[in-house]
Design a protein around this ligand. Structure first.
Ligand code: C2R
Length: 180
């Protein structure tokens, strides 16, 4: 499943490689890609398991290595997938624990407790949206991220959220929301 984003006349290569342990995790991926799409960040999605389809996972990471700057890996239960992806790349890997069993604590601990030398940036359980925002923050410092004005878009998103709090509290004046 590949997704490219067209900006003007230019079709862009994916910047984020999303790998998910099972198709049953895909609803969480949708929450993540919705945010990436809002920021205009192109991404590619693959279903590949470190346990069930290790050869396919290896092939997918090999391909994505040539394209993406950051990975997001989703997995529930014994969530070894993000760590295995991290073992195959030096690029940042963001891990999202999915609450399939034990309220997601099994997946959280599997992702967060990586041995020194092979870190995974662990999100909260089911933290798909923050994974997209964190990936966008990492990309904001890259050349392509600068071209996409990702830093400005993140600032705008935060200002909008703050303005919503002001508005809900009926406080004056609401802060200006920058436009990108
Ligand atoms: P099924 O619904 O397919 O039985 O999967 C998946 O991410 C999913 O949340 C149940 C759960 O197993 C997880 N899974 C992993 C890995 N592969 C699949 N944690 C892995 O390689 O780490």
């Amino acid at each position: 499943m590949a997704c490219t984003v067209t900006l003007g006349s230019a079709t862009m290569e994916p910047l984020v490689g999303i790998i998910v342990g099972s198709k049953s995790d895909l609803p969480h991926v949708a929450e993540c890609t919705e945010v990436l799409d809002d920021f205009g960040v192109p991404h590619r999605i693959a279903v590949a398991s470190a346990h069930r389809s290790p050869d396919f996972l290896e092939k997918i990471v090999e391909e994505m290595e040539k394209q993406v700057e950051v990975y997001i890996a989703f997995a529930g239960m014994a969530a070894h997938l993000p760590g295995v992806v991290a073992s195959k790349t030096v690029k940042p890997v963001i891990g999202v624990p999915i609450s399939v069993s034990l309220s997601g604590l099994d997946a959280l601990l599997s992702i967060v407790q990586m041995p020194p030398g092979v870190p995974v940036g662990a999100m909260a359980i089911d933290g798909a949206k923050n994974a997209a925002i964190f990936a966008t923050g990492i990309l904001a410092t890259t050349e392509r991220g600068k071209a996409l004005k990702l830093g400005d878009k993140l600032t705008q998103m935060r200002a909008k959220r703050a303005a919503e709090d002001y508005a809900a509290s009926e406080e004056e004046p609401a802060p200006d929301v920058p436009t990108v």
